[in-house]
Every structure is written in C-alpha cells, then in structure tokens.
Design a binder for this molecule. Structure first.
Ligand code: ZN
Ligand code: ZN
Length: 280
C-alpha cells in the first residue's frame, strides 16, 4: 500500500481547501501515511477575469502570486518541525502554453523553494487564451458559449494537457480527464486527443496520478480505466495514487480501491518518493 499522499489542499491564505494545513497533516498521520505533500493551486494568467471575493486564489499577475506562494511555503516550513510526518511542499499548477506565461512561470518557480510541482489543467480556453474559464465555473458565467464553441474549447483543453506534459515542468500530471466529471469531453469525438495524451506520456515518461476524487462523482477514477489499461500495458509511465483531498475526511479515500484496480491492470510501474524533484 502506498504510504504517501502527494496531492492535498488546505484553506491557508486564499486557497480553496476546507480545513487548515494542521488539520490536513494530522489527518494524514491518523491514517498512517509517512509523507504528506501539500499542493495548493497556482493559477496565474493575466487574462483571468474574476471577482476576487468569489475566486480569491486566481491571480492575474505573477508578482502578487509569487508573494502569496512564498508566504504559504513559510507557513509549511514552520509546521515541518511540529509534526512526526515528512511534509513535502509542492503546488498544483495550472499550465498555460503562451510564451509570455512560460517565461513568467519559469522565473517565478526559480524563486520558490518547492519539492515538486503537479501539472494541472482546469480551464476551457480559446486557442489564443483570450477566453479562459475554469470548468468548475462554466455553469455560473454570464454569456455561456454555445455548444459548438464549448466543443472546440474542450478540444483545446485536451491539447493544453498535451503541451503541459511536453513542457517537462512537472513532477507528475494531475487528473488527466478531469473535465469528464462535468460531463465534458466524454464521447468518442475526444478519443484521438486522449490517445495523443497517452502517447505523449509514454514518449516523455512523464509520471501521472490515479486521482480517486472521481469515484464519488462519476464512480471512476481519473484517468478512466481504459486509459489506465493502455498506460499499464506500456509500463513506461510511473503512477501514484492521489486523493486530491480538500478536507481531512478525504485523505487516503479510496486508496484501497485504487490499489486493487492497479493490481488488476498489472500496473507495476509505481511512482516512488525518490522521483520527487523539479527541473528548476
Ligand atoms: Zn485539480
Ligand atoms: Zn487538486
């Protein structure tokens, strides 16, 4: 059984968990984990249009974002002395592909003392990124795009995951088909992009997570079992199990179920803690 959990959130500063870092760490200790990785969201893009009261963790400039992330790292570093569990510090970073974003992101990460980075994609987007909408907010936005436009934006979302993998920035990639919990990108029109994601992972040997948060919503993990099966056959993509816990009750949730699935698929290439690193 995997004795670490590397994708967890909390509600320190402006982040979107439901409990503070101490509560999340204590829960990981109670559940017998030897290592917890704390990975709040990095979401920075100059075109993000949002109400800061509703979405406090979005940033539209890297300067403010860097300051916030540094403060968060300080909080966690102070907690390291207090607990009898290995605390790793990471971030779950939304990837954007423009050159401007990449340059700023690279510069920012060099200033942050982190153990690892999770590559993530939560946005529907136009190719030029003048339209960006967190999938979670799609139902709430005024002027929701029509279905055909959403279809195109969903393709762009999958293509963005491919670019995210190719960037080489990330220690592992989160919840590959996250959009399916919102019933987006589900049908066979998207299969070619999912195959391309799989091919890119294999070619680059980029690790991924089996994210258990989908079990409650759609009775499936991310990525879906057929994608896992294909990746298992290649045996070239290391995998870890993640809970993506935003509250303490979800730490380690469904890890047993995920272990059984990986055993059934004969998925033997498992991510280990010595693979934790950043390229920066
Ligand atoms: Zn996520
Ligand atoms: Zn997450």
């Amino acid at each position: 059984m995997q004795n670490f959990t590397l994708h967890t959130h909390n509600n320190e500063l402006r982040f979107d968990g439901y409990a503070d870092a101490k509560t999340m760490i204590s829960s990981a200790i109670d559940k017998g984990f030897k290592t917890i990785g704390v990975t709040n969201h990095v979401i920075v893009n100059k075109v993000l249009d949002f109400d800061r009261n509703i979405e406090p963790m979005f940033f539209n400039n890297f300067k403010d974002a860097t300051e916030c992330y540094k403060r968060h790292i300080n909080i966690l570093q102070n907690l390291k002395q207090e607990y009898n569990i290995d605390i790793k510090i990471g971030f779950e970073c939304d990837f954007f592909s423009s050159l401007d974003w990449r340059n700023n992101f690279e510069k920012m990460i060099k200033e942050l003392d982190v153990d690892y980075l999770i590559g993530s994609n939560h946005f529907l987007k136009s190719i030029d990124e003048t339209f960006l909408c967190n999938i979670y907010h799609l139902k709430k936005i005024p002027n929701r795009p029509d279905e055909e436009t959403i279809h195109q934006y969903t393709i762009n979302h999958y293509k963005n995951i491919i670019e995210c993998i190719k960037s080489g920035y990330f220690t592992f990639i989160a919840h590959l088909d996250y959009c399916t919990i919102f019933n987006l990108g589900v049908d066979e029109r998207y299969d070619e992009y999912k195959h391309e994601i799989i091919e890119t992972l294999i070619k680059t040997r980029t690790p991924i997570e089996l994210n258990t948060s989908g079990y409650d919503r759609i009775d499936q993990p991310h990525p879906s079992p057929w994608m896992l099966e294909t990746l298992a056959k290649s045996n070239l993509v290391p995998i870890l199990i993640s809970d993506d816990a935003h509250d303490p009750t979800r730490i380690g949730k469904y890890f047993d179920k995920a272990e059984s699935l990986l055993t059934k698929l004969n998925y033997t290439n498992r991510f280990t803690l010595d693979m934790l690193k950043t390229k920066f």
